[in-house]
Design a protein around this ligand. Structure first.
Ligand code: TRP
Length: 465
């Protein structure tokens, strides 16, 4: 999907890769969006925040906030065919807008600090699934397995280091393109397995009432559960799942061809991403009620519930292992897109080579990440603002840095860049015949998204009201 484009060469010394087909663009962008956000974070947060009302808030945030920020980022990157910081520097020379890109590089560290640990849990679960330790439909048993795993400091640390090293090796070896190609084939398989587990969850024998309860939990909103802090978490999830608010999508947009229809691609990625999350919810929540698990257990929900469903299936162990492997692969695409942001920043802003920048990023990440890795063992009692390090990095990035980044990105597109430029960039100079859609998007990005983000952020933090 990525070949050098002679037309882009004169613009800069480096030959830039780009995606060559609409399908390639769509799949690559979706590859960054899909990951633990869908399979792990969405169910955990939905369970912890009361269910359907949270899902509704998340979907509304995705439409009114996530999608406009995604279109804004993609069009900024595509217009300059450059990384986040350079794009801002070129669009607003001499101004401080590049700081949005720098903030994004910092956010990448915080996200990866806990993300790599969750991937480590996924990998460490594979031998347990193979050995039969997880072959049970009793959530009390799977919970014990999960808790003993995360409270083992050595396994947590070493597991995380292995994940960081493996992502760093992919970045240094420059085989990301190969990984993306593999991901492209495996994502449909992950889809299929998720649907399979979902069907099993919806047809668990003798559990009709519990299954209905699980579906009601997921789809019948109780709006009294919506506080501003829940709204902020839902909005943070919308940012996280679409990989927006920190420059990843600016970078991806820079690889788009000049004839790509950005609003349409963004809309499709958003729909697919929401669909995968809902599928994960359908796979998990009926089983939560059927086997008497607790929806609000937090980060362990996926690890506690999925084995209870797969265990009731023929070849359940195989399905479980396949699910874990595919989850790790989906997460790899997301990790690569995160890792690349600080690496590109260091390699461009300092004299470091790309390899040195990657090694430094990996070491820094292992240091910050170890605080998250040890959050359920050695450092379990260390709390900052009442949160363990794991929760703190998660909260800081999703609930603070991504919304702040997204706010400035929309303000930039709506108020600084200006309508004629945005219109030209998104209609591909009028060739797409989508001016009404673009105008609608522009109105939302200019007036609705920034105000919504600001109100939810300030109220959600309790600074206001
Ligand atoms: N969206 C990915 C997921 O759901 C995670 C991710 C990748 C991300 N790149 C990002 C989150 C950039 C925020 C910002 O797993």
């Amino acid at each position: 999907m990525a070949q050098s484009d002679p037309a882009l060469k004169p613009k800069k010394p480096l030959v830039r890769d780009h995606f060559t087909t609409t399908l390639g663009i769509f799949v690559a962008t979706l590859g960054s969006a899909l990951g633990l956000g869908n399979l792990w974070k969405f169910p955990a947060l939905t369970g912890a925040n009361g269910g359907a009302a949270f899902v509704l808030a998340y979907i509304i945030s995705t439409i009114l906030v996530g999608l406009p920020v995604m279109i804004s980022e993609l069009v900024i990157g595509r217009s300059q065919h450059a990384n986040a910081i350079t794009s801002f520097r070129r669009l607003a020379p001499g101004k401080l807008w590049w700081l949005v890109g720098a903030l994004g590089a910092l956010a990448a560290f915080f996200i990866l600090a806990f993300y790599t640990e969750v991937v480590a849990w996924v990998l460490l679960y594979i031998p347990k699934a193979i050995s039969g330790e997880l072959a049970t439909s009793d959530p009390a048993v799977t919970e014990k397995v999960f808790v003993s795993l995360i409270s083992n400091p050595v396994a947590s640390l070493v597991g995380q280091w292995i994940v960081i090293a493996y992502v760093a090796v992919i970045i240094i070896a420059g085989v990301a393109k190969g990984i993306e190609r593999v991901t492209r084939i495996l994502i449909p398989i992950l889809f299929a397995i998720l649907i399979l587990i979902g069907i099993r969850s919806l047809t668990l024998p003798g559990k009709a009432a519990e299954i209905r309860q699980g579906l009601a939990f997921l789809f019948t909103p109780d709006l009294t559960k919506l506080t501003f802090s829940v709204l902020l978490t839902a909005m943070g999830l919308a940012f996280f799942k679409l990989s927006v608010g920190m420059g990843t999508m600016i970078t991806y947009g820079s690889y788009f061809t000049d004839d790509a229809n950005i609003p349409r691609i963004a809309l499709r990625v958003m729909l697919a991403d929401v669909l995968v999350s809902i599928l994960a919810g359908v796979a998990i929540f009926p089983a939560v009620f059927a086997f008497g698990a607790e929806p609000a257990v937090g980060p362990g929900l996926l690890f506690i519930t999925i084995p209870t469903v797969t265990n009731t299936m023929p070849l359940g162990g195989v399905v479980m292992v396949a699910f874990l492997v595919l989850t790790a692969i989906a997460a790899t695409g997301a990790m690569l897109s995160l890792f690349e942001v600080p690496v590109a920043y260091l390699a461009e802003k300092t004299r470091l080579t790309r390899t040195q920048a990657t090694v430094i990023t990996a070491v820094l990440l292992a240091l910050i990440g170890s605080t998250a890795a040890l959050s359920s063992s050695t450092l379990a009692n260390v709390k900052i603002f009442g949160k363990t390090f794991f929760d703190l990095w998660d909260y800081l990035s999703s609930n603070l840095m991504l919304p702040i980044g997204g706010f400035f990105i929309c303000v930039f597109v709506g108020w600084v860049w200006g309508w004629p430029q945005v219109r030209d960039a998104l209609t591909n100079k009028g060739t797409l015949n989508n001016e009404r859609v673009v105008k609608f998007f522009y109105g939302i990005a200019k007036f609705v998204t920034p105000i919504l983000v600001l109100v939810v952020l300030l109220c959600g933090l309790g600074l206001f009201g």
